[in-house]
Ligand binder design. Structure first.
Ligand code: ADP
Ligand code: ADP
Length: 222
């Protein structure tokens, strides 16, 4: 069965419908791109799948678990233990060095300082940015910062990586490089990726594209 499944999700923000019967299945290790126009519900679907937003109706299953049947603490533990997140920008803590940023999810998960630091450095090296380990996010380029963000998403060895416009703030060359690194690292770790993008060149790194329109999902052949 699917690792992650959204079934007939409905969600409104006040009078604004964001999801209107959206469904999605993601298999273990599968890379799925959510595409579609701005405001079509892509981010809301991603937030529901990750247990950040609760749908008004419909269900999200992670393996055999129903997210709506879990406590907020349970969903939070799931996000910390099994999910990784990459966003467009603003996700790195500016006061911490890049290595400390990558080590942060491990420290929050109870990993000791020395082990967390070693794993953070190894992950930065895998993404080719170990040279910025001691710098703060404000001192590195956009492309380097996004690679650090990818390292942070991967360091706790998540089963699913949620990426919302991960290349949205980058030029196309850096964007493609970040996508290449993200998808390569995900495949190596057998992690699934749910990717939100409106860029066909970014979506081309996925196994499968799903179009979201007016809060509904539509799969594309091929
Ligand atoms: P997309 O990611 O495709 O751009 P979103 O899921 O962000 O679409 O938004 C879908 C609709 O829901 C939009 O009309 C958006 O303005 C609205 N929306 C999303 N999040 C919120 C929120 N937290 N509060 C109010 N409206 C929201
Ligand atoms: P995107 O275009 O990638 O969906 P947005 O800038 O629309 O990103 O949304 C950023 C954040 O603001 C999200 O957490 C989303 O849920 C929230 N948001 C989106 N639209 C609205 C809205 N109309 N009112 C309040 N919050 C919103």
């Amino acid at each position: 069965g699917a690792l992650l499944a959204a079934i007939e999700l409905h969600k409104r923000f006040g009078a604004t419908p964001a999801l209107d019967g959206a469904s999605l299945r993601v298999d273990a290790g599968e890379i799925v791109a959510l595409m579609g126009p701005s405001g079509s519900g892509k981010s809301t679907l991603l937030h529901c799948l990750a247990g950040i937003v609760g749908p008004d109706a419909g269900e999200v299953h992670y393996g055999t678990r129903r997210l709506s049947a879990m406590s907020e603490a349970g969903r939070s533990a799931l996000r910390r233990g099994e999910f990784g997140f990459v966003f467009q920008f603003g996700q790195l803590v500016p006061e911490l060095t890049c290595a400390e940023n990558v080590a942060l999810p491990l420290r929050l998960g109870g990993v000791g300082r020395r082990a967390a630091r070693e794993r953070a450095h190894a992950q930065l090296a895998r993404l080719g940015v170990d040279d910025v380990a001691g710098k703060r996010p404000g001192e590195v380029s956009g492309g380097q910062g996004q690679r650090v963000a990818v390292a942070r998403a991967l360091v706790s060895e998540p089963r699913v990586i949620f990426a919302d416009e991960p290349t949205g703030a980058l030029d196309s060359l850096n964007g493609e490089e970040v996508m290449r690194l993200l998808t390569e690292a995900a495949r190596t770790a057998a992690a699934a990726v749910v990717l939100v993008t409106h860029d066909a060149r970014v979506a081309a790194y996925s196994d499968r594209e799903v179009v979201v329109r007016d809060g509904r999902t539509r799969s594309l052949a091929g």
